[in-house]
Design a protein around this ligand. Structure first.
Ligand SMILES: *[C@@H]1O[C@H](CO)[C@@H](O)[C@H](O)[C@H]1NC(C)=O
Ligand SMILES: *[C@@H]1O[C@H](CO)[C@@H](O)[C@H](O)[C@H]1NC(C)=O
Ligand SMILES: *[C@@H]1O[C@H](CO)[C@@H](O)[C@H](O)[C@H]1NC(C)=O
Ligand SMILES: *[C@@H]1O[C@H](CO)[C@@H](O)[C@H](O)[C@H]1NC(C)=O
Length: 386
């Protein structure tokens, strides 16, 4: 479904690219971050994202960009796993169940959905239950599917960690439900929780969670889920890495960093408002315990959750992000700023998910990739905590 505004944005992309190119070679562009400014291709990528995010709609994404994680991994097989270095690439771990009638669904209690999840790489038949599993929860405003750049970056995370420190690492990607199929909060949280619980039931003790943007919200919402569903305790994640997490989904105000960084970021207040409404609606049902984190994420006390208290949460965001203030507020409220200041990484002049956009692997080989600023810090945290 093409709207007039989407069409006019698409038609003006050449103009945006031309403008950025002229600026790049003269006065400089709005993307002043060192890693981005290293090449004009990075600037173009950011420019297109910034241009399009303001007009994208759920129906447009549904009609023109609907696919599954499985089909994307199939498509990328030869580019990402051409050398066969990712064992069991693209194999299913869990599969979505189709219910023939609502009675079957009712048996699932409050979690009537099961969900697909797939290995990007698996630690092998002789891996032990203590060998690490990294769960990745992708971003995309709860509407867009997993993107190619995330697959490439994760494949490299696997390559470096499995070579240098964790030979039996596994990486699992969750194909959680999207708003393009009408799925809403908290279904996505429950789906991630189900996969986590299943790994724990099978005896795994070393599970890390990484997510960006909407997936950053889900990574942290998963902690709330674990606390609520397992009040007597569970295996907590050994590392949690929310990157550019979108935290205050319904309670955002157009002020502070939302206003200040509007022109500098590739994400925008309009997207937060529009896609947030599609995901949560008004979030008025707060009497339900599963929805009780509240629309303002920092009003819940996260500080006592074991991964937070033990310094196993690494929060990554950029100085030039519209989400900067809410990330900083969350870190402060959760006590991370005070108790584990080394676990708050604010990328100088950085914008939304630049770990994937401007530090993407399309821009170099494995060795130069891993030396980039955010990448280096995230790898070092994971290799320490796993
Ligand atoms: C960005 O790159 C341009 C062109 O290479 C250069 O003139 C400028 O000094 C750079 N700016 C920053 C902040 O690095
Ligand atoms: C990885 O698995 C192998 C078996 O394939 C095992 O011998 C080895 O101890 C494991 N490595 C680590 C670091 O756990
Ligand atoms: C919601 O959370 C608050 C504390 O954060 C608690 O006092 C209250 O009982 C919870 N409500 C429900 C319905 O779980
Ligand atoms: C994630 O989004 C939900 C739904 O809007 C919200 O209630 C929650 O506070 C957010 N989670 C975090 C960790 O901020």
């Amino acid at each position: 479904m093409f709207t007039i505004s989407i069409l006019s944005r698409l038609l003006t992309i050449p103009y945006v690219l031309a403008k950025l190119t002229v600026e790049y070679f003269s006065i400089g562009t709005v993307f002043t971050n060192f890693q981005t400014n290293r090449s004009i291709r990075r600037i173009w990528t950011a420019g297109i994202m910034q241009h399009m995010i303001k007009v994208l709609t759920v129906p447009f994404i549904r009609d023109h960009a609907s696919y599954t994680v499985s089909s994307l991994l199939d498509k990328l097989l030869s580019t990402v796993n051409g050398d066969g270095g990712l064992p069991r690439y693209g194999e299913f771990y869990t599969k979505r169940k189709c219910f023939l009638n609502s009675i079957d669904a009712a048996d699932w209690g409050e979690n009537p959905h099961s969900v697909d999840s797939l290995w990007l790489a698996h630690g092998g038949p002789s891996r032990s239950k203590n060998d690490p599993i990294l769960i990745y929860i992708h971003g995309g405003c709860f509407a867009m599917q997993l993107q190619r750049n995330a697959v490439e970056v994760l494949a490299n995370v696997y390559r470096v960690l499995s070579r240098d420190s964790h030979p039996n690492l596994s990486v699992l990607i969750v194909d959680y439900s999207l708003t393009t199929t009408g799925s809403k909060y908290p279904q996505q949280v429950n789906e991630c929780g189900q996969i986590y619980d299943q790994l724990v039931r099978e005896g795994n003790t070393n599970i890390a969670v990484m997510g960006d943007s909407a997936g950053g919200n889900l990574s942290l919402a998963l902690l709330y889920y674990l606390q609520r569903v397992h009040p007597k305790g569970t295996v907590w994640p050994s590392a949690v890495v929310p990157i550019s997490a979108w935290l205050d989904i319904t309670a955002a105000q157009y002020s502070g960093s939302f206003r200040k960084n509007e022109a500098l970021d590739v994400f925008s207040y309009r997207a937060v408002e529009y896609f947030g409404e599609a995901y949560v609606g008004t979030e008025s049902d707060l009497d339900r315990p599963d929805l009780n984190i509240s629309s303002l994420s920092s009003s819940y006390d996260w500080s006592k959750l074991p991964p937070v208290a033990k310094g196993n949460v690494l929060v990554v965001f950029g100085e030039h992000e519209v989400l900067r203030d809410e990330n900083f507020r969350w870190c402060t409220n959760a006590g991370i700023t005070k108790n584990h200041p080394e676990n708050v990484i604010i990328e100088p002049l950085g914008y939304h998910i630049s770990f994937f956009v401007s530090e993407g692997v399309a821009f170099g080989d494995l060795e130069s990739w891993k030396e980039q600023s955010l990448t280096k810090q995230i790898l070092s945290f994971l290799s320490k905590k796993l």
